[in-house]
Design a protein around this ligand. Structure first.
Ligand SMILES: [Mg+2]
Length: 498
């Protein structure tokens, strides 16, 4: 039977309670605790998660739905991860249908999308905002109800966290998965996605998405819209209308002592015609009542300029953007000289002294949902200079001072024992990855000597050198990635530069 964990990013909207209640009252309850990721910057109050459903709450601190979902799926251990938005309403059979969809997916299927229905009023024509929400029904691969294999998410580094809004981050992920020959299918399950209440200016705020489109252009080339099934959009027209307005202003100003009223009026006419065309195109399919017409006229006058501004902003902001890699699944640390000051053959816990910043570096990884491990050569055991119990006691002291590790590996052999675990052999890295169910290609090892880096590379992972005072120059020269301290190394790792 297929196994999946539901992940719900939320801004604490009341609809979250409706969603969780619907899951709790379904014909079949979720087999695993639902992972709710609270993405509010400040938790202004408790989330409505006490509806009798088993729920795990994580906090992502307002970094957007992409980062929130990444935190959520990293917490899961099931073969599938099922994303739901906090404003969908699943029917009573939804979970049973989800399992059937995932069961029916052959091994070459990477993701399965649910069907989204947007209920609209039946007694009048839908407003601009309602039609915009209805677009979700046809949008391919939207994460309102989308399941991915966890291994696939790990392979591509999850969602690109440079998408801060709930916009394009799902299409971006789908394009990266399909670029790796992953197949995405539509399942039979469905959810209802009611239209959220919105104020008059929502369509203006949505123009911020133009900046995300610029990131999409940069990452996937201009042909991405076709591949992602996205509507062509009105950007060229918005830019033309904005240019006409700017031209009218410039011509009406006294340049070299004279205003050029004729050409200015012509440009103004161009702006007015473009604005009227946009307003009519938006008013036409709608209810055409006074409120909607007023809303459309006001926003249509401002949308071209807003769209152009966000386009320029996005193009500049993302001009150097490179392919998303995401955080690794696990970061392993060497112990002596990396996490704690090196005391040769140390068997005394009281001599453990963490390196400055080690606790913060580890905490940052834990908060990002990245698992951490410690792997250490302890040839002192082979040499008879300390016992296995002493090594374990020192490791426990390290954990007492720096917090728990998801895996701890140590090698008791000497350099001449021919074992497969002593670094630079890859045995401990492989064992750590195997214990955590992680592909070594998504593993980073941070150490202070060349043997650490070589062990990581021999296992198929990535080695990062953070030199200690005693590190040989040759090791520093040979390492592909060198950072002056753990903080700098972790910053790069979390940003996908590893
Ligand atoms: Mg070391």
């Amino acid at each position: 039977m297929t196994d999946t964990t539901i992940v719900v990013p939320t801004l604490g909207r009341p609809s979250l309670a409706v969603l969780l209640d619907a899951l709790a009252r379904g014909t079949r309850r979720p087999d695993h605790p639902v992972v709710v990721v609270d993405d509010r910057k400040e938790a202004t109050g408790p989330l409505p998660v006490d509806g009798g459903l088993d729920v795990v709450v994580l906090r992502s601190g307002g970094r957007g739905p992409a980062a929130a979902r990444n935190l959520g799926w990293r917490e899961t251990r099931t073969p599938w991860v099922s994303f739901l938005d906090d404003d969908v309403e699943p029917g009573p059979d939804w979970y049973a249908c989800l399992l059937a969809d995932l069961d029916a997916a052959p091994p070459w299927v990477s993701g399965s999308q649910g069907r989204v229905r947007v209920p609209l009023p039946t007694d009048r024509r839908p407003t601009d905002w309602e039609r915009s929400t209805r677009g979700l029904e046809d949008a391919p691969w939207i994460t309102a109800d989308m399941s991915y294999r966890r291994a696939v998410l790990a392979q591509v580094g999850g969602f690109d966290e440079r998408f801060h809004r709930a916009y394009r981050e799902d299409a971006d992920l789908a394009l990266r998965v399909t670029a790796q020959r992953g197949r995405l299918v539509r399942g039979q399950r469905s959810v209802s996605h009611p239209v959220r209440p919105a104020d008059d200016w929502v369509s203006l705020r949505q123009q911020a998405g133009n900046a995300d489109d610029m990131l999409m252009n940069r990452l996937h080339g201009r042909a991405w819209r076709e591949r992602a099934g996205a509507a062509p959009g009105r950007r060229p027209r918005h830019v033309a209308v904005t240019a006409a307005a700017a031209l009218a202003l410039v011509l009406a100003l006294p340049v070299a002592g004279r205003r050029r009223w004729g050409p200015a009026a012509l440009a103004a006419l161009g702006w007015a015609a473009g604005t009227a065309e946009l307003a009519l195109a938006r008013i036409g399919p709608g209810p055409r009542d006074g409120d909607e017409v007023r809303r459309m006229l006001l926003t249509s006058a401002a949308i071209p300029a807003a769209a152009t501004w966000h386009t320029v902003r996005g193009a500049w902001q993302h001009r150097g953007a490179t392919a998303w890699r995401g955080a690794p699944e696990v970061v392993l640390f060497d112990r002596d000289g990396t996490l704690v000051h090196d005391v040769p053959y140390n068997g005394r816990p009281e001599l453990v002294r963490p390196v400055a910043g080690a606790d913060d570096a580890l905490d940052r990884l834990r908060r990002a949902g990245v698992r951490i491990g410690m792997i250490t050569n302890q040839s002192g055991v082979a040499l008879g200079r300390l016992t296995g119990e002493q090594v374990a006691a020192v490791n426990r002291r390290v954990e007492a001072q720096l917090g728990p590790f998801d895996t701890v590996q140590w090698c008791p052999h000497g350099p001449d024992d021919g074992c497969r675990c002593r670094k630079p052999a890859p045995g401990m890295v492989r064992q750590a990855c195997s214990d955590l169910g992680v592909d070594p290609s998504r593993c980073v090892l941070v150490g202070d000597i060349g043997a650490d880096v070589r062990a990581a590379e021999a296992a198929g992972g990535v080695g990062i050198l953070v030199p200690a005072p005693s590190t040989a120059r040759a090791d520093v020269t040979a390492a592909a990635q060198v950072h002056p301290d753990l903080d700098s190394a972790v910053t790069a790792i979390l940003a996908g530069r590893w």
